[in-house]
Design a protein around this ligand. Structure first.
Ligand code: XIL
Length: 397
């Protein structure tokens, strides 16, 4: 009985994959997977391959390659900054939707799904909000009401157009913070206490019953000691478990995937195990902001290939580890890179002691790097029995 069930599941999976793989190949133009986009190859697995989009680059008339690749190579997009609170409501009560609307329209035209980023985060908040709280002109009670209104306004505007929302981002501290015992950190926890997290998910759900609601964070690609006092993945696991036990509509855990070639990082099976453990809570998973930065030593900057090559290779390997783990776990619904070209990447501007860069899958001249080819290979070579099509959860009521 058990075996028969397994065979049925396997047969259905193989048939589904075969159907997804049905591509129009002709005698003179045989199907060549290496000529497909990452997005198209992802579809074979039901996996969306996305990128963060920099709206300034998208609108730069002198940079048509950026637009072309953003449209053609990916099946999902995320606003790198345009949906953050400081961008949407720079002046209290006055929303500026232009950039966010433009991205949603871009996605519609290109048949891409949208990851909404981000509703609640301690960073990139408008000054009127943070200074109002600091000088006492905005009370705690009013702050909670402002948050409710913000979430309701933004989620309602894009109702039905957003596939996954990052509802709460980076709520948990790191071991290098003070105190070093992991805790809820930042503006929202300090002013409203950790209860804002459950509130935020409930308000988002009320405004869009169909979007998948994610908790999103970095440094949760693998588990460590298993002690929530110093293992961030475990802390997040316990948090989501607790929230779901209270009926809070958390549908997914997003692992940002900001890696660096100077670190130890992880292997595929470690990351697979982490995704599986998150999945055991009944939630979807996703890699939401993948990039792999490198230190730009003087030799790298001088073009020394003996220093550049190992970085390109380590970067490709790290991109690939996350992709293979994602493919292996059926709850992993999307793999999003945080910018696709070194021409437009947040890394050089944010990590400068020492200078870092080379973090994306295309170089500054839009030439695909090893990392791009490895991602493509992973998508091409993966299949049953280990890699099966995705299983998406139903949005939780
Ligand atoms: C970054 C953007 O890429 C930058 O352009 C901006 O100046 C700062 O924020 N984690 C997140 C993202 O969730 O929103 C951050 O994006 C990168 C880290």
């Amino acid at each position: 009985m058990k075996q028969r069930r397994w065979i049925t599941v396997g047969a259905v999976a193989v048939a589904t994959v075969a159907a997804l793989n049905a591509v129009p190949a002709t005698a003179n133009r045989p199907y060549d997977p290496t000529a497909q986009s990452l997005g198209a190859l992802g579809q074979r697995h039901g996996l969306q391959v996305g990128t963060a989009v920099d709206l300034a680059a998208l609108n730069d008339a002198n940079d048509p390659q950026y637009r072309r690749l953003a449209a053609s190579e990916f099946s999902s997009v995320t606003a790198e900054n345009a949906m953050k609170w400081e961008s949407l409501e720079p002046t209290r009560g006055v929303y500026d939707w232009a950039a966010a609307d433009q991205l949603v329209e871009f996605a519609r035209r290109n048949k891409q799904s949208v990851r909404g980023h981000v509703l609640v985060w301690h960073s990139q908040l408008p000054t009127w909000l943070t200074s109002g709280v600091a000088d006492g002109s905005i009370s705690k009670q009013e702050l909670r009401e402002l948050l409710r209104k913000h979430i309701t306004t933004v989620v309602s505007r894009y109702k039905g157009k957003i596939w996954q929302w990052d509802v709460v981002n980076e709520a948990v501290s790191d071991p290098w913070d003070t105190p070093s015992t992991l805790h809820y950190k930042g503006f929202w926890a300090q002013n409203l206490g950790p209860g804002y997290i459950a509130d935020a998910f409930r308000w988002a759900r009320a405004a869009d019953p169909r979007a998948l609601l994610f908790y999103n964070d970095y440094n949760i690609e693998a588990f460590g000691s298993g002690n929530p006092a110093d293992d961030k993945s475990q802390f997040v696991y316990d948090m989501v478990k607790g929230l779901r036990a209270q009926g809070v509509p958390v549908d997914g855990i997003g692992s940002q995937g900001h890696l660096g070639t100077q670190y130890g990082n992880y292997d595929t099976l470690q990351v697979t195990a982490a995704l599986k453990k998150f999945t055991s809570l009944g939630v979807a998973t996703a890699f939401t902001e993948v990039d792999v930065r490198s230190e730009l030593t003087e030799a790298v900057q001088a073009g020394n290939s003996a220093e550049i090559n190992p970085r390109l290779q380590a970067s490709a390997a790290n991109f690939s580890v996350l992709m293979k783990a994602c493919l292996a776990v059926r709850s992993c619904l999307s793999y999003t890179v945080w910018g696709f070209t070194d021409r437009h990447s947040w890394v050089p501007g944010w990590f400068n002691e020492p200078p870092q860069g080379m973090a994306t899958i295309y170089d500054e001249n839009y030439q695909p790097k090893r990392a791009y080819h490895e991602l493509k290979s992973d998508l091409i070579f993966a299949g049953p029995p280990y890699v099966l099509p995705r299983i998406a959860p139903k949005p939780r009521r």
